[in-house]
Design a protein around this ligand. Structure first.
Ligand code: B4P
Length: 190
């Protein structure tokens, strides 16, 4: 069993590569962004609350995100490892994840950090916004999301460096080449 956090700014390729990792290593993919988008599509109260933050490029409050995350982990005790995509995004979320995993005797083996510069992030997300119509992929909101990442999420790099868990992969280039680099890192931990 291998448990991985895939880490990076908005548009770094977390979702893109998580899907491939899940297929190749038969792990369970937990994307907090996808979970909220599903709840928004179903118009649940939690989805509607999350939407009011997401549309502005703000983080959804920790208590909502942690509740959702813990419930998915608890409902899936027999999986062959988790890939946490887009979670944690704050130090508080990281502490809650550590506590939850410790309680269940699940190790967090690796934090895979995708390194992509700001110009490339903006280009990718603007393009996705045009293709998909995702309401948080507009130029203004993207810039705000990147700022929120720098202020609230980037400090997690130091948090996980202290735990000696970070491995960085250069995230620009073809998706196949980046995925090959990711697999080399994961294979070292199996
Ligand atoms: P997410 O759904 O996590 O969205 P994201 O950060 O934009 O990353 P995503 O995984 O979708 O994109 P990817 O990099 O794969 O979060 C959305 C919002 O939900 C947040 O802003 C927040 O409001 C809320 N939220 C989620 N989790 C939360 C949490 N834990 N706490 C609080 N709030 C939370 O890809 C982006 C684009 O790049 C794609 O179009 C892809 O095709 C393209 N791409 C990928 N790799 C490429 C490459 N190598 N070359 C060219 N294009 C590439």
């Amino acid at each position: 069993m291998l448990n991985i956090v895939i880490f990076g700014p908005p548009g770094a390729g977390k979702g893109t590569h998580s899907i491939r990792i899940t297929e190749k290593y038969k792990m369970m993919h937990i994307s907090t962004g996808d979970i909220f988008r599903e709840k928004i599509a179903k118009q649940t109260p939690l989805g509607m609350e999350a939407k009011s933050y997401m549309d502005q490029g703000q983080l959804v409050p920790d208590e909502l995100v942690v509740k959702v995350l813990v419930s998915v982990v608890e409902r899936n005790p027999d999986v062959n490892g988790f890939i946490f995509d887009g979670f944690p995004r704050t130090i508080n979320q990281a502490q809650k994840l550590d506590e939850t995993l410790k309680e269940k005797n699940i190790p967090l083996d690796l934090v895979l950090s995708l390194d992509v510069n700001k110009e490339e992030l903006i280009n990718r997300l603007v393009k996705r916004g045009i293709d998909s119509g995702r309401s948080d992929d507009t130029f203004e909101v993207i810039n705000h999301r990147i700022q929120v990442y720098e202020n609230q999420t980037q400090p997690l790099l130091e948090y996980y460096q202290k735990q000696n868990k970070i491995e960085t992969v250069h995230g620009i280039g073809s998706i196949d080449d980046i995925f090959a680099d990711i697999c080399k890192v994961i294979d070292k931990h199996i």
